[in-house]
Write a protein that binds this ligand. Structure first.
Ligand SMILES: Nc1ncnc2c1ncn2[C@@H]1O[C@H](COP(=O)(O)OP(=O)(O)O)[C@@H](O)[C@H]1O
Ligand SMILES: [Mg+2]
Length: 328
């Protein structure tokens, strides 16, 4: 771990306990996030992205349970913290933005009131006037017009896009070191999505905030991220710098995702299906879980799960990687 490492995740495992037994929705995730770095966590629906995001900050509730691994934030394992210590961290040094802004926003409180609360919970000594000014500035930063008067509105008085901007403003209020954003723009129209991506990137760069952006949309990753982690069936199957991965995917699943993108990598362009279905938790195969859908699969892929391989700065889990000359 270098001194620029903010978050180091080692072997994270999260299980869901069901009547048939425990199933690993997250199955050995390793991830490193440097200060100020933007990482796209991408994969089809059901691949374990949200469960990963929630696991990182202790937001998994029964029947789910984090059962293995470490989540080192500045070298300290968040899994060892008490619920109270986690609460202090969340909304201050680590913030989360959800697909539905109403998971953050309280419908019966004015936006200004909940923003003030977000500051004063963590910094009770802050003078009221100063806190209010910071709320106002935060709304302006995310592109909300007339922020001063908007502080007195309720969440329902904002459009969907504006409401998500408010949630982002709240996440940014205490200048977190890390934001975990779970598909926050997926429900929004493409133009608004592009604006929000641009603004998030700018804010994170200005404040040196690291960002894990969870999405099923490679176009979003292409626009936003420095590095991309491609997730399939609870595992990160490919990791690398965005341009490298998008131009020369090593894992057949990444190639499939890219081929299924309509046109160029525009944000909002929905992925079409790769042949076959993502495995359900209960229906997972022995060996490589992508094998049943993989055009390059070999009988030997059934024997054991491919370990992480490294080539240069890139990592992948595949016995038959798509290594072209330019990738090596
Ligand atoms: N509360 C839950 N109970 C049981 N299974 C769950 C629960 N939440 C998520 N899962 C399962 O965990 C897997 C990963 O889900 P999720 O992380 O939400 O996927 P993604 O965000 O990539 O679409 C899915 O198979 C999902 O059905
Ligand atoms: Mg999800």
């Amino acid at each position: 771990m270098t001194d620029t490492t903010l978050l180091q995740v080692n072997g994270l495992q999260t299980a869901f306990h069901t009547e048939e037994g425990a199933w690993l929705a997250v199955d050995g995730v390793d991830l490193q996030v440097k200060k100020g770095e933007i990482i796209g966590l991408v994969g089809e629906s059901g691949s374990g992205k949200s469960v990963t995001g929630f696991s990182l900050i202790g937001l998994i509730d029964p029947p789910g349970e984090v059962v293995g691994g470490e989540v080192l934030f500045h070298g300290q394992d968040l899994r060892q913290l008490s619920e109270e210590q986690l609460r202090q961290l969340r909304g201050d040094r680590i913030a989360m933005i959800f697909q539905d802004p109403l998971m953050t926003l309280n419908p019966v409180l004015k936006v200004g009131e909940q923003m003030m609360e977000a500051i004063l919970t963590h910094y009770p000594e802050t003078p009221k006037a100063e806190a209010r000014q910071r709320c106002c500035d935060a709304l302006a930063q995310v592109g909300i017009p007339a922020p001063e008067s908007r502080l007195d509105n309720y969440p329902h008085e904002f459009s969907g896009g504006m409401r998500q901007r408010v949630a982002i403003a709240i996440a940014m209020l205490n200048k977190p070191e890390l934001i975990i954003a779970d598909e926050p723009t997926t429900a929004l129209d493409v133009t608004i999505q592009a604006q929000i991506l641009y603004e998030m990137q700018k804010l994170c760069r200005e404040q040196n905030t690291a960002l894990i952006w969870i999405t099923h949309d490679l176009g979003v990753v292409a626009e936003l991220a420095d590095h991309v982690a491609v997730m399939y069936a609870g595992k990160i199957v490919e990791y690398g710098a965005v341009q490298a991965v998008l131009q020369n995917p090593i894992h057949p699943y990444t190639e499939g995702l890219l081929n299924s993108m309509p046109g160029s990598a525009q944000p909002g362009a929905r992925l079409q299906q790769i042949d076959g279905m993502a495995p359900t938790l209960t229906g997972r195969e022995q060996g490589c879980t992508f094998r049943p859908r993989c055009p390059y699969a070999h009988p030997s892929c059934a024997q054991s799960a491919p370990p992480v391989e490294q080539i240069g700065q890139r990592q992948y889990r595949c016995y038959f990687p798509l290594l072209k000359e330019e990738t090596k």
